[in-house]
Design a binder for this molecule. Structure first.
Ligand code: PGA
Length: 260
């Protein structure tokens, strides 16, 4: 894994967006896994700017979102369908039929989840999966005690996640308690992972994910088993890391030779 520690949220987003743009530019028909939440907002803003000002082209890109609240229709202001449209898709030239987001209103969750997994396979798999992390270490909505082999499924949210996400709703009772999420096993099949985190409230989860044991109690820790994971975090999110100087040293001393 590689750990990049950036001084500000803006810089973190800029470098993360550049990595995503590189995949879009170099791979024809790139497949991106996308995340919602407040962390990736700056990345979507930067990618939209690159589209507007530099011609970054999404016409042949396909996207798969990690998750969606169960029970929220796609036009609900807190649905992840709405979030993606407002914060990203409407600002770029991606065809609507290329954007996949789990349905929050299917009447057959099991069949829908199988279909979603099949769509990812049919598109050739995800080239780069963007992830945030919950304060409890979750990726997607894979809460503590999720199987590290899990697939896309209906999941009950943890209380800490409901509390964290209550800020987006009028009151806490409105936060759905179920969601469809890609599984940890689904996420691990992406060819490359880019996890972004900022702020002090992520510091413990980040340290446990990067330096702790692989455990279902912090599902991001499963990324230690992935061959190509990049952590892009700000200094506050890095504040509990014990190997911080080493990560900076690695970036400063990167060999200037092509890597196999
Ligand atoms: P946040 O959520 O970006 O809003 O902090 C991250 C997550 O829960 O995965």
């Amino acid at each position: 894994m590689e750990v990049f520690i950036k001084p500000t949220y803006e810089e973190m987003c800029k470098v993360a967006a550049k990595l995503i743009a590189d995949v879009v530019n170099t791979k024809s028909h790139a497949v991106l896994g996308l995340a919602t939440g407040s962390t990736p907002l700056g990345i979507y803003r930067e990618l939209a700017r690159m589209h507007r000002e530099e011609g970054l082209d999404f016409e042949h890109v396909t996207t798969f979102n990690l998750d969606e609240y169960a029970g929220l229709p796609s036009d609900h202001p807190q649905s992840y369908h709405h979030f993606m449209h407002e914060n990203f898709f409407k600002h770029i030239n991606i065809p609507k039929q290329n954007t996949f987001i789990p349905s929050g209103t299917t009447n057959n969750y099991r069949a829908f989840c199988q279909w979603y997994e099949q769509q990812i396979k049919d598109c050739g798999g995800i080239d780069l999966q963007l992830l945030g992390i919950g304060s409890d270490g979750h990726i997607g909505f894979n809460e503590p005690a999720s199987s590290l082999n899990s697939r896309t499924r209906l999941k009950t949210l943890a209380e800490s996640t409901i509390n964290d996400n209550a800020r987006f709703f009028e009151n806490r009772d409105e936060v759905p308690i179920y969601a469809i999420t890609m599984g940890v096993g689904t996420i691990l099949e992406a060819r490359q992972i880019l996890l972004v985190a900022n702020g002090k409230n992520k510091a413990r989860a980040i340290a446990d994910a990067i330096e702790g044991p692989v455990t279902c109690m912090n599902t991001a820790s499963a990324l230690q088993l992935h061959p190509s994971t990049i952590y892009m975090i700000d200094t506050e999110a890095a504040s509990c890391l014990t190997m911080r100087e080493y990560y900076d040293w690695v970036q400063a001393k990167k060999p200037d030779v092509p890597q196999a």
